[in-house]
Design a binder for this molecule. Sequence first.
Ligand code: RP5
Ligand code: MG
Ligand code: MG
Length: 282
Amino acid sequence: ITTHFKCRGGLYPRSNIERFLVPDDKVTWSTEFKEYDPPYYTSPSLHGKPYADPEIGEPNFKPKWHSPNGNITRASYMGHPLNPIGYPLNPMGYPLNPIGRTGIKGRGVLGRWGPNHAADPVVTRWKRLENGEIAVDKNKKPILQFVAIKRGDTGEWALPGGMVDPGEKVSAAAIREFQEEALNSLVMSKDERKMYEEKFDKFFSGGDVIYQGYIDDRRNTDNAWMESVAYNFHDENGSTVGALKLHAGDDAVGVQWIDVTPALKLYASHKEILDVVLKKRL
Ligand code: RP5
Ligand code: MG
Ligand code: MG
């Protein structure tokens, strides 16, 4: 991801705050943009949330920017040659979006200043005909399918990803989010959940990192942004996770296997991630 579109222009999510319009050629911080005067917005909904940072400058808030920082990492996957886990800070000490301007300052609805770390599971299988043969497209290429959820907030189809909890391994977050959003593990009994966990231990231990870095998420601001690690878990013969009955859960309002096609439109940068998966699998 080298630029962003989805976090520019229009109203900021769940607010009536209009973003300052940033033209394509004024995104990068190194391009001068004298008129740039974005509104400052941090959602009142963050108030008192355990996952939300205090305001910058509060005496008890001393984050170590650019660093693994204990349980809450402030390191970025973006970095630059001098500091591989770094991002710019402005003169007032606020982290700056590594891609550039978004037309809004503050944190918006994001809890953390700087990178907000998420994990995205890309669970795939080959599309099959009723006789079990792999279905092909008009170029005779096998058709890849992935588990998509419909997001409750925007109604868009997306990877069933979510935020990494403090101290949680990123790969564990990807698997947990898949189980919550696509299998509705949150309403399973302890025994049921255990049964699933044991059944899929092997499947989920074989994930490949497909992408790590910035996500063009509509919640991003100049000072807070999403970064994610996407893992591909592939069910080659469709016999394990590929054969499961899916149930939308948590913040997902729908779930289904979707064909990966060039015309596919997905939330944030998820289509770009699937393009990488497809290239790797074909
Ligand atoms: C996206 O938002 C990430 O790629 C991930 O899919 C998702 C995490 O946020 P929530 O689903 O928790 O809202 O940027
Ligand atoms: Mg979730
Ligand atoms: Mg989610």
